[in-house]
Design a protein around this ligand. Structure first.
Ligand code: SAM
Length: 323
């Protein structure tokens, strides 16, 4: 069969994927849902003609959305995923034995149903006994949950329709209140090649709300440009560090990952200059890069202030023990 699926990545750029069988197609109250088989990536999910996930390369995005914050937090027990109806982020969250409850706040129950039925390798975590599903707007869920979560992860569609509010400063303030002390907030924030203005706006908003904010990235082949950013805000420590000590080391040993690793955790926060420029003045990642580039030798002081890498070495951070 020679049927092609095209996604417009910008008004002037589209990617195409040859599709075999269409296994599911419906229009929910929120969006058009398509599940189709492809030779390139196996089964894939698209919403409103935008590729969300696929069986072959999904591990990068889902691991990086979940594990950076869950390993940076000393003891994540209660975790919220906003959006994420395919279940991929929840699957990674429930791999952490510290997690007692993982809540999915997804607006579209039809996405959850389609993922359960047609994408079981991605949605498996939805059936974990610690998972609770709240079908509804994630913005309302967060507003109703003061002082509740250790980690909040926003796995949303692009900022159109019901997802627009998930990229606003007002929502970040609400998320800050929904976090317990030491809590971490993560959101997928698109491509620095094609969404620079959005990233700049999100980074400034996070900076206005969280005592520590910054950005990391991963290689996500199914999204425009492949270089994908995750923005992060912390009510506690610097998330570039994995807490030191035996406890964290044991956690690294409890399950296998294919993209996330201690070195990748540290490396993901290293940003090329064209991406650093999207961070507001004074964001720690930008200040340190500046100090190291233009004031050689002064970096040690900046490194100490922002967490450095010393403790990370002992705990499975840069150069830490392999699993
Ligand atoms: N990883 C994907 C990406 O980056 O394109 C996103 C996957 S997940 C399927 C996105 C989900 O966010 C969709 O199922 C959509 O229904 C949900 N969503 C969008 N806005 C939402 C909101 N305000 N509250 C809860 N869920 C929302």
């Amino acid at each position: 069969m020679n049927v092609w699926f095209y996604e417009d990545q910008t008004p002037d750029l589209r990617i195409g994927l040859r599709v075999g069988r269409v296994v599911h197609h419906e229009r929910s109250p929120y969006q058009e849902i398509l599940v189709a088989d492809t030779d390139q990536w196996g089964r894939m999910l698209a919403l409103d003609n935008v590729i969300q996930t696929n069986e072959t390369t999904e591990f990068v995005y889902h691991e990086m959305m979940a594990h950076v914050a869950l390993f940076a937090h000393p003891n994540p027990e209660r975790v919220l995923v906003v959006g994420g109806g395919d279940g991929g982020v929840i699957r990674e969250v429930v791999k952490h034995p510290t997690v007692r409850q993982a809540v999915l706040a997804e607006i579209d129950e039809k996405v959850i149903e389609a993922a359960r039925r047609w994408l079981p390798s991605i949605s498996s975590g939805l059936d974990d006994p610690r998972t609770r599903i709240d079908v509804g707007d994630g913005i309302d869920h967060v507003a109703r949950s003061p002082d509740t979560y250790d980690v909040i992860i926003v796995d949303s569609t692009d900022p159109v329709g019901p997802a627009v509010g998930l990229f606003s400063e007002e929502f970040y303030r609400s998320a800050f209140r929904a976090l317990r002390d030491g809590g971490l907030f993560v959101a997928q924030t698109e491509s620095p090649f094609y969404n620079a203005d959005l990233i700049r706006r999100v980074q400034q908003a996070l900076r206005n709300v969280f005592p520590w904010s910054g950005m990391y990235w991963g290689v996500v082949p199914e999204y425009p440009g492949g270089f994908w950013t995750m923005s992060i805000g912390s009510r506690g420590g610097d998330p570039r560090r994995v807490p030191a000590g035996r406890y964290a080391e044991r956690r690294f040993e409890t399950f296998a990952t294919r993209y996330y690793a201690p070195d990748v955790h540290a490396a993901a926060f290293v940003l090329p200059p064209f991406v650093l420029e999207l961070l507001p003045d004074g964001a720690p990642q930008r200040r340190e890069a500046y100090v190291e580039r233009f004031l050689p030798g002064a970096g040690e002081e900046a490194g100490e202030e922002a967490g450095g890498s010393g403790e990370g070495e002992e705990s499975g951070g840069p150069g830490g023990p392999a699993r």
